[in-house]
Design a protein around this ligand. Structure first.
Ligand SMILES: Cc1cc2nc3c(=O)[nH]c(=O)nc-3n(C[C@H](O)[C@H](O)[C@H](O)COP(=O)(O)O)c2cc1C
Length: 202
């Protein structure tokens, strides 16, 4: 956590992600995503970070899933990365927005054909009577889209978490860990944020 990184959380995040890509056995981009329903009751699950730019952190999912319904009802989320082998954690909090259709289309088109069929076949988070039911839906959509491109389902898109707070945590001996918090400065544009920083007791 050098001085120059103290001023831009995205530089520091990029540096840590690069190290995680080298150290983690798989999915260094995996992050816990916490959402809450309209009454504030939380739930959490893992998703993959699929885009990052100065506006925020993007993941893709089914908007009719449990998390999708919660995010549409309560447009706030928190993310947590934990890179075990580096003994590091990054926490991100903020409101969410839906990515543009162009952005979602571009990512959807980059996915393997089988994953695109899967996005149509899966009624994510809803009850499944048996594996056969899913396999039948996969076969149905594979037949429907046998020729040409597989379009992006209307219920499948990306959400961008626009951080109001990002915290970097690094293990230090005797539990005297380093904690560095970036807060988006009051009134600054989410598209070009400026940040205040502070260190916290472990
Ligand atoms: C490492 C990992 C990565 C995952 N990535 C995603 C993802 O990017 N998008 C997604 O919808 N589900 C992903 N999942 C599955 C979710 O954890 C979850 O089971 C699913 O999205 C349904 O969650 P929900 O019922 O809360 O909506 C991932 C699971 C794991 C373990």
């Amino acid at each position: 956590m050098t001085d120059s990184n103290d001023r831009d959380p995205y530089n520091l995040f990029a540096e840590w992600m690069k190290e995680a890509e080298q150290s983690e056995p798989n999915d260094p981009n995996a992050m816990a995503l916490a959402t809450a329903d309209a009454s504030g009751i939380p739930s959490v699950r893992m998703v993959l970070l699929k885009g990052i730019d100065p506006r925020g952190f993007v993941f893709y999912t089914n908007t009719e899933s449990r998390k999708g319904a919660q995010l549409l009802a309560n447009r706030n989320a928190a993310l947590c990365f934990h890179w075990k082998s580096l003994r590091r954690q990054v926490r991100v909090e903020g409101p969410v927005e839906i990515v543009t259709d162009a952005e979602a289309d571009a990512y959807f088109e980059s996915r393997p054909r089988e994953s695109r069929i899967g996005a149509w076949a899966s009624l994510q988070s809803r009850p499944l009577e048996g594996r056969w039911e899913l396999e039948k839906r996969v076969a149905q959509f594979a037949a429907k889209y046998a020729i040409g491109t597989v379009p992006r389902p209307p219920h499948w898109t990306g959400f961008r978490v626009l951080p109001s707070r990002i915290e970097f945590w690094r293990d230090r001996p005797f539990r005297l860990h380093d904690r560095l918090v970036f807060q988006r400065a009051e009134g600054t544009d989410a598209n070009a944020p400026s940040w205040t920083t502070e260190h916290l007791y472990p």
